[in-house]
Design a protein around this ligand. Structure first.
Ligand SMILES: C[S@@+](CC[C@H](N)C(=O)[O-])C[C@H]1O[C@@H](n2cnc3c(N)ncnc32)[C@H](O)[C@@H]1O
Length: 424
């Protein structure tokens, strides 16, 4: 199959391993900036150690804050005035674009009339993903395919049939109905992809658009062990894993002595982005965050203990019942007795002030989201190389369409089957 020149596979002359190592060391060096969550830690140690940086952040307006949160390279350049090690940021996160052109994406996107049940963004993401992969040279296996939106998008470009795997029977039924209705060569099987006895069909191109955490890692492992000719994966939700401390997949990265050992909460940072959330959802998140921080101040005061108390997720109805109702509910959950009266207006304003501070401190933490995500995905690329694949890693669509816009595209080049690993 035709592959792009080697220079676009790797960043300049650097190998995936070199990129991974740079990211690893940089993340380790800066862990005090990204490990403490400002929501739970009112004054992170870095804020005290870098008072001028903290003062610059405090002076930002809400609009500037929003702008910088969506423009990490610009923010890193500003912060590097006090933290020169951030000058490397733009290079660290730089990746090739894998989408050939906007026209190609449009050509590969299902027309709306054929996109029944397909949310608008999913239609465009699937089109961009398909355009980045064409030409296709094998039948395809769509891993965790839902209703088969990606399968149906890929079908016109695929020389063979597309087989989808999905474990939710309703999605399987709806997906098969859609494929039949529109005459697409797609059939979806009801299957738990984590099942040890699952046998992968040989000579299929494995594709996965936004299969979460261990699900996409399973395709990396099982697909490469089965020697599938090509694997194309856009990963998401890295933190959904049964491992408490995450270990890299590749032999080289996991053998690196100074390898980061992130826990699930650390990994969650990699996907903490709301760029695609509608304004109404952003406003609800703002309100509930203010209430939670207001309650946090109140509970620290009442308990005389300066420590964050995690409160479980709230029922949706509480959003319409106001801050005092939220505090009563949260106090009951934590077996705390609220005095009568409570100055709710005071604690609500406290929550507002804390939220403004959290937003500004989080700006710094958010700078580490993409590096952490790349730390995960560069390891996947090294793993696939170790398994005999030639790998492209880059972005398949604009971040505004989905922040999970990375694509790993691996073509098997070695004829020897890789070493088999045992599965849980
Ligand atoms: C985030 S959705 C992505 C769906 C589809 N790839 C798309 O982009 O529209 C993840 C899908 O994985 C399915 N899933 C979760 N765990 C699974 C498992 N163990 N086996 C098979 N499918 C699973 C879910 O039901 C869901 O449809």
């Amino acid at each position: 199959m035709t592959l792009p020149p080697a220079a676009s596979l790797h960043h300049g002359a650097e190998s995936f391993y070199q990129r991974w190592q740079q990211l690893n060391d940089w993340l380790v060096q800066h862990r005090d900036f990204w490990q403490p969550a400002p929501f739970m830690t009112p004054e992170p140690a870095w804020a005290k150690a870098y008072p001028q940086l903290t003062a610059m952040l405090a002076e930002l307006t809400d609009a500037e804050c929003q702008h910088l949160d969506d423009a990490p390279i610009e923010l890193a350049a500003r912060v590097s005035r006090w933290l020169p090690s951030l000058e490397a940021y733009a290079d660290l996160v730089q990746l090739p674009e894998l989408l050939p052109s906007a026209e190609k994406a449009l050509e590969a996107t299902l027309p709306e009339i054929r996109a029944t049940d397909m949310p608008g963004r999913k239609r465009l993401q699937s089109g961009a993903f398909a355009a980045a992969l064409t030409p296709l040279e094998h039948s395809a296996l769509d891993w965790c395919c839902g209703k088969g939106h990606l399968s149906r998008t890929l079908a016109p470009f695929c020389p063979g049939e597309i087989q989808g795997l999905e474990w939710n029977p309703e999605l399987v039924r709806d997906g098969n109905r859609l494929a039949e209705h529109f005459g697409d060569r797609v059939s979806i099987g009801c299957q738990d992809v984590m099942a040890a006895e699952l046998a992968l069909p040989g000579n299929h191109h494995g594709v996965a658009l936004h299969a979460c955490g261990d699900l996409h890692r399973q395709l990396l492992k099982r697909g490469s062990e089965a020697g599938l000719p090509r694997l194309s994966i856009s990963p998401c939700c890295y933190h959904l894993t049964d491992q408490t401390i995450y270990r890299p997949l590749s032999r080289r990265a996991s053998g690196y002595q100074k390898a980061l050992q992130p826990g699930r909460n650390d990994l969650r940072l990699a996907v903490q982005e709301t760029v695609t959330a509608p304004a109404r959802v952003r406003e609800q998140t703002r309100r509930i965050s203010q209430w939670r921080l207001g309650f946090d101040g109140l509970q620290r005061f009442l308990r005389g203990h300066d420590e964050y108390l995690p409160v479980p997720s709230h029922p949706a109805r509480l959003l319409n019942e106001g801050f005092p109702a939220f505090c009563h509910w949260a106090a009951a959950k934590k077996h705390l007795e609220l005095p009568d009266p409570v100055d709710f207006d005071f604690w609500l304003s406290f929550g507002e002030r804390r939220l403004a501070e959290v937003r500004r401190h989080e700006l710094v933490r958010h700078l580490f989201r993409r590096p952490l995500e790349l730390w995960m995905v560069f390891d996947y690329a090294i793993y696939l190389e170790e398994q005999g694949y030639r790998v492209r890693l880059g972005q398949f669509c604009d971040r505004a369409l989905t922040p999970r816009n990375l694509l790993l595209d691996a073509v098997r080049v070695s004829d020897t089957l890789p070493v088999q690993h045992s599965h849980p």
